[in-house]
Ligand binder design. Sequence first.
Ligand code: SAM
Length: 288
Amino acid sequence: MHIPTPEDFHALDRWGLVADPMAAIADYSEARAERREQNERHRRARDAHAENTAEELLADPQAYLRLLSRPIDRTKWAYLKRRKAWFHPPIGWGRFAAPGTARVLDLGCGDGDQTQRVAEFVAGRWLETDFDGFPMEIVGVDCNESRVENARRHATSPHPKITLRFEHGDAVDGLDYGDDFFDYTLATGLFEVLGDDDASAVLDETGRLTAAGVYVRDLLDEYPGLHPRPDLPERLAARGFDAVERHRVFEEPFVEEGTTDPLAVWPMNRHQVVFAETSDPTPPEARY
Ligand SMILES: C[S@@+](CC[C@H](N)C(=O)[O-])C[C@H]1O[C@@H](n2cnc3c(N)ncnc32)[C@H](O)[C@@H]1O
């Protein structure tokens, strides 16, 4: 990936997310997903991407993800933050900004770019509603030290009442926080990298740590070493989190040619986005 130019950023602006941050939801249809399958360019892009899978990832995915060293330049970080906004529509995020939400966890936060989007969303919603804010901590946790360092280097709190914190931690082993410590948890692209036993352990841990609701974005297409799980909403429901919204989205706006991302970072994959809530959350006064 080259260093993105201003023109590359303008190309992303043309995706229309400023006017409609949820644009990906209406853009997706099963008919388009079918047409994508018939598109030779898309199939070639997907095969090329699959062939690039590192041998070490296939051999031991968790060790590979833990040890990978991948410092990221600020311009690339900012580009990917916008690029990924397409397939992370902020469904349910209004709950994060509601008075009383004090702790949000981004589990498997990577470089912290989507954690930053959450913080900006909350600060923006407070401004729109003329609300002064509520002391809030947004915590990103990742098992990869170099990605935690990237997040610490590039993410900044957009509001004096929001603290952004990034920690090294392993969601399979469990985090050192009490039950229901967080009001909400996000897991974007986390379950897709976990094998079945690890995914079950992380779903259990997510349920243990989270009082009110969960936002998940996860891959639905098959790739070597990755694990699409169309039944993730049912697995969340089994832990007490019922989907109040679930959508399929493409990784970027649908076009017949296959991509309009000037950097062609990923093929136009399919993902699911889910916001799930507990019916009877433990009230904050019983938790803090
Ligand atoms: C596909 S990336 C997604 C990163 C980020 N959430 C995003 O949406 O851009 C998956 C992330 O999960 C992290 N991860 C994988 N296994 C983990 C584990 N057991 N505990 C914590 N993080 C983990 C990886 O290090 C990686 O940063």
